[in-house]
Design a protein around this ligand. Sequence first.
Ligand code: PLP
Length: 375
Amino acid sequence: MPVYLDYAATTPLDARVLMAMQPYLTEVCGNPSSLHCFGQAARRGVMRAREETAALIGASPSEVFFTSGGTESDNWALRGLAEERRKAGCRHIVTSAVEHPAVRETCRDLAAHGYALTEVPVDAAGRVAPSDVAAALREDTALVTIMTANNEVGTLQPIAEIGALLRARGIPFHTDAVQAAGHVPLDVEELHVDALSLSAHKFCGPKGVGVLYVRRTLRIAPLLYGGAQERDMRAGTENVAGIVGCGCAATIARVEMGAEDVRLRAAAASLRTALSDIDGIRFYGPREERLAGILSFGIRDIPQDTLLIRLDLAGFAVSGGSACSAGAAHPSHVLCAMGCPPEEARTAIRVSLGRFTREDDVAAFADTVRAIAKE
Ligand code: PLP
């Protein structure tokens, strides 16, 4: 059986989540907008999931909107806020140089449609300095979007600090917390964020379900128009089973996060130790203030594709940089922004551990990488 070490791309569905979802795929078949008992049972499932998901991020249920995933949440946050803020003459967007394409490409599209865009740099660990964000602000800054945790190297950003300085200036702050949610404690009040994206399939929930948290005082235009679902803010019949799965996965993650973090941190540390004396190995990302499960490294003179294929043949599924950039000819924009030369960036792979990763699989993976490097 091949070993799955690509949890940052997506995670397996937890069996407990599947059990919670199953009735909503069969007997609880109603449309939550229907008045009959089938519809009302489905509606209760969605309401419970909204409470469970809100509890994961310290939000109130009325601030949680279900979407089709992280990409939609990011698009909605940025486009919805940009449109609303334009009415006040604000047409400048601030982001970081290491965002996921869901944010990066949306910002670039907005820039192609008349918004000014500033990409704040990062240091060698992939971290944004709050002072750089402050320096990038203008009179007409419409919004700032900085990810909570990076999907390629696991760097956690100083979101609370950035949030505090933006709050003082009255500038809306969105964070893409797709990699962080369910893995590190998040509280929208402590972080001073106004909008936050998350995605259920990154914490052992189903694919195709996301959330956009929108602070109750924030004005944001809808992305999708149609029916009155999600309090008139996100039209379309709800993905009821998926939403129920998101809520259940959020509760499990909230309860188990602490112990899981300790276990994964130890597993990643022993993997790093086991690899560290390989000739020409380089690790990317910080040692501290990082997600526990992501380890990014490259070995000099072994191109990413060669290493990925050799590992796949040996039964280990990992990815190069991020799943979204797999197959791309250009080196990772994240590593390049961290100052890594493009040729070196072309050697980098990302290993990501998660809930069902066993310690002996990690040890076997390290042995395999060492054997490939020796050859
Ligand atoms: N943002 C980040 C940081 C991600 O890692 C991902 C997925 O890899 C997304 C956004 C997109 O989420 P989804 O796959 O749910 O559309």
